[in-house]
Design a protein. Structure first.
Length: 277
DNA sequence: ATATGGCCCTGGTTGC
DNA sequence: TGCAACCAGGGCCATA
């Protein structure tokens, strides 16, 4: 479900709640391995480690863990969570009723529990032992920090439409369907336009629009349309400021033209046919 | 190398 | 009210 702003909101919320906690025991659903790392190896790796920090890279949530059993000087580890479309991370009392589709539970020394819930099971869990694995770096560039030249280079000579190009996580990590549509509207660019045909000025408008829209959405706690809930159980409010996303047939906030919906790369795409050229 | 389409899953909404 | 069709914020994989 979540894109960069929602993942950032969740990561911050989880960081505030579990930083400094120690993972005692873990439980992973046995009926399936929705995981990049086998459940048994995740369990072995996680138990007995301290959570040093939780942060976001692209659409991934990264738990930075200390060395196993506090061995000083030993390498740490990472637990990497991708929420997919419907994944949630909850910090609860161990007595709290178990939500349907709970796939993992980590009991914490402070007495609470961290749970991973994901009805649609598109989410992924991965464990990296930094004694043998490389640290996690997102698949592509960070849209919040990328510079103009590097941004322009991502799309050079590409024939694919700019909208699906924005969704390619190997180019930019963190942009999903909502913020692709919203940033293209703010940059006044047609979603169907070939990525490689964007002018330098358009590319720079797009880069700035992405930064602005993502930062603004983070401040508002992300978008919540159906089932998105952040670590507080509170909802984000950015969806109230969507200009085009899921506004098919409604008037453009700038010119009043009816917002159009098309399908690009199998994803619904919303734009204003008057404002976006 | 790049681009496209199918597929993985469940659940909510819409329309008959 | 019941039921089917359609839709959903993602990403992997096979194929061309």
């Amino acid at each position: 479900m979540p894109e960069l702003p929602e993942v950032e909101t969740v990561a911050r919320g989880v960081h505030d709640r579990v930083r400094g906690e120690r993972i005692l025991e873990t439980w992973f659903a046995s009926h399936r391995e929705p995981f990049k790392t086998p459940a048994a190896r995740q369990a072995r790796g996680l138990e007995g480690r301290n959570i040093l920090a939780v942060h976001r890279t692209g659409k991934h949530i990264v738990f930075e863990l200390g060395p196993a059993n506090d061995q000083p000087g030993e390498p740490g580890a990472q637990w990497i969570v991708h929420l997919g479309m419907t994944g949630r991370l909850l910090v609860t009392s161990p007595d709290a009723p178990l939500a349907a589709h709970t796939h993992a539970r980590l009991s914490l020394a402070g007495g609470r529990e961290l749970r991973f819930v994901d009805p649609r099971r598109f989410g992924r869990l991965e464990f990296r032992d930094l004694a043998r694995d490389r640290g996690f770096a997102g698949p592509g560039a960070e849209p919040l920090t990328i510079g103009p030249d590097e941004f322009a280079a991502l799309f050079r000579r590409r024939r694919i439409a700019i909208k699906p190009a924005l969704l390619n996580q190997k180019l930019l990590s963190g942009v999903g369907n909502i913020y692709a549509d919203e940033s293209l509207f703010r940059a006044r660019i047609r979603p169907r336009k070939a990525a490689g045909r964007l002018t330098r000025a358009e590319l720079e408008r797009l880069r700035q629009a992405l930064r602005q829209v993502l930062k603004h959405a983070i401040r508002l706690g992300g978008s919540s349309i159906s089932d998105y809930v952040n670590a507080d159980g509170a909802k984000g409010f950015f969806q109230l400021e969507h200009c085009v996303y899921q506004r098919t047939g409604e008037p453009c906030r700038t010119c009043g033209t009816s917002i159009r919906r098309i399908v690009l790369g199998g994803r619904s795409t919303h734009y204003c046919p008057h404002c976006q050229k």
